[in-house]
Design a binder for this molecule. Structure first.
Ligand SMILES: *Cc1c(COP(=O)(O)O)cnc(C)c1O
Length: 459
């Protein structure tokens, strides 16, 4: 007879004061930096060499792995939260939000269902209610936090498709279409492809979609084509910060039984700034809104809000049906966060924002958003005053497109390389009407006009 070998299965789960101190020290260091280093794009081969052999049965000393992380891995990640990160859409989490994110991780705080997580769900819902109020949505509104704007858009468009079919008495899987303009974010097109919903591309006379553009596109539809059941408007395009005519499109959508989805993933925070709030008039008509706290609402990755005017419509589409989950749905008055998007297990990723909002107050958020908008206007003045630079279009929110007269695409790429090499800034070009141009996106309240001057000094 063999005697069962006694397994030491709990050795990973014991408190280790030394490792804990190492990690806390690292975090304290990082949090106390006046400005985090920008760091560098990495070299795949160098990184593979540094990582080689790390996975082995007996493990490695934590101090060595942390050292490798600090000295090699983390240096090969360009810091999206550096005030010198002006490419794509940066991130700028508050200290309170970063700290609370550690609590969410440390305590494995989830936000799946009311049965298990009434506390975290109540707190997350308080933030969602505040965001709904900021957008002017009615008391009925509700939603959940998902991993990103892409996931939020997919969740909303799934509900748009199903509600559109139901409203029209169409059968399951009946072909339907959703209208959008070319300026809509790539995730909208991807979501429609996943959903097998054909896009109706609305040609726009200007850079933003007007209700006239929409009605002209709808007028060209023929009865043999699948019905259009919804329209997507963008409140702040990622490339240029432009807003569609939310009021016109929203009123038309309401009057014509179209689901009105507003993608405000980047721009939505502009609602907080007194100088841009009015641009969003009409957003309150939305059936669903995407807003990304990990962009301009100063929360750490990864968190996006999906808000629905009538959350029960979303629950009707997204609730997962499985025997072991039946117990979650005994109280039909309570909608679980997990029932409002395509996900099941979820961390309470809204809590860092909740804590930071409660601690800092909403006015601090307005000030921080307004600061980026003011900076954008000052940079626009700088460009106008510069003999070799031009504005490509007037900025609306906190994205600014500029060109250097006579520059070719390779010049913008070379500037990008020079700036990251000197650690002055991370700036990437974009294209506008077929032309390669310079682009800034500002969301970090620590970004200064002098930092932008350093960029222009390098051209
Ligand atoms: C960033 C963005 C998205 C995608 O959001 P992720 O969080 O990156 O998935 C969608 N729509 C717009 C308008 C965006 O700016």
């Amino acid at each position: 007879m063999s005697e069962g070998k006694k397994l030491d299965a709990t050795r990973m789960h014991k408190y280790d004061a030394e490792v804990t101190n190492l990690i806390f020290e690292y975090m304290r260091d990082r949090l106390s930096m006046p400005e985090v280093p920008l760091d560098f794009p990495g070299d795949k081969k160098v990184l593979a060499d540094a990582l080689a052999g790390l996975m082995k049965p007996e493990g490695n000393p934590a101090s060595e792995v942390l050292k490798l992380y600090d000295e090699v891995i983390s240096r090969a990640v360009v810091s999206g939260d550096s005030p010198r990160f002006m490419a794509f859409i940066p991130t700028a989490p508050t200290k309170a939000a970063l700290l609370f994110d550690m609590i969410v991780s440390c305590a494995s705080i989830q936000g799946i269902s009311w049965l298990e997580a009434a506390g975290s769900i109540s707190a997350e819902n308080q933030v969602l209610r505040w965001m709904a109020d900021v957008a002017g949505l009615p008391q009925s509104a509700g939603g959940t936090f998902v991993s990103g704007g892409s996931a939020a858009n997919l969740a909303a468009l799934t509900v748009a498709r199903e509600t559109g079919r139901k409203n029209r008495g169409l059968k399951d899987r009946a072909p339907v279409r959703i209208a959008l303009s070319k300026q809509a974010h790539s995730s909208i097109g991807n979501s429609l492809a996943i959903l097998d919903v054909e896009p109706l591309i609305v040609e726009t006379a200007g850079y933003s979609m007007s209700v006239a553009d929409l009605t002209a596109a709808l007028a060209r539809c023929t009865p043999d084509e699948p019905p259009v059941v919804g329209v997507v408007a963008t409140a702040g395009t990622t490339n240029a910060g432009i807003l569609d005519d939310l009021a016109g499109i929203g009123k038309y959508a309401q009057a014509n039984n179209l689901w009105f989805h507003v993608d405000a993933a980047y721009g939505g925070a502009g609602l907080l700034a007194p100088s841009t709030k009015s641009l969003f008039a009409g957003i309150e008509l939305a059936d669903s809104i995407t807003m990304d706290p990990h962009k301009w609402w100063f929360a750490p990755f990864d968190v996006a809000a999906i808000l629905y005017r009538e959350p029960h419509l979303a629950a009707a589409v997204h609730t997962q049906d499985a025997s072991y989950l039946d117990v979650l749905h005994e109280d039909s008055d309570l909608i679980n966060p997990t029932d409002l998007a395509y996900h099941l297990t979820r961390r309470a990723r809204g809590l860092p924002l909740w804590f930071s909002l409660a601690v800092n107050g909403t006015a601090a958020y307005s000030d921080a958003v307004e600061a980026s908008i003011q900076l954008t206007r000052e940079v626009a003045d700088l460009v106008r005053a510069h003999p070799d630079l031009e504005l490509v279009i007037e900025p609306t929110l906190s994205v600014l497109l500029w060109r250097k007269i006579g520059w070719e695409p390779k010049d913008y790429r070379a500037l990008q390389d020079r700036l990251i090499e000197s650690q002055a800034a991370f700036v990437t070009p974009t294209s506008w009407e077929g032309e390669t141009v310079g682009r800034f996106a500002f969301v970090h309240p620590g970004t200064t006009l002098d930092m932008v001057r350093e960029v222009f000094a390098a051209i």
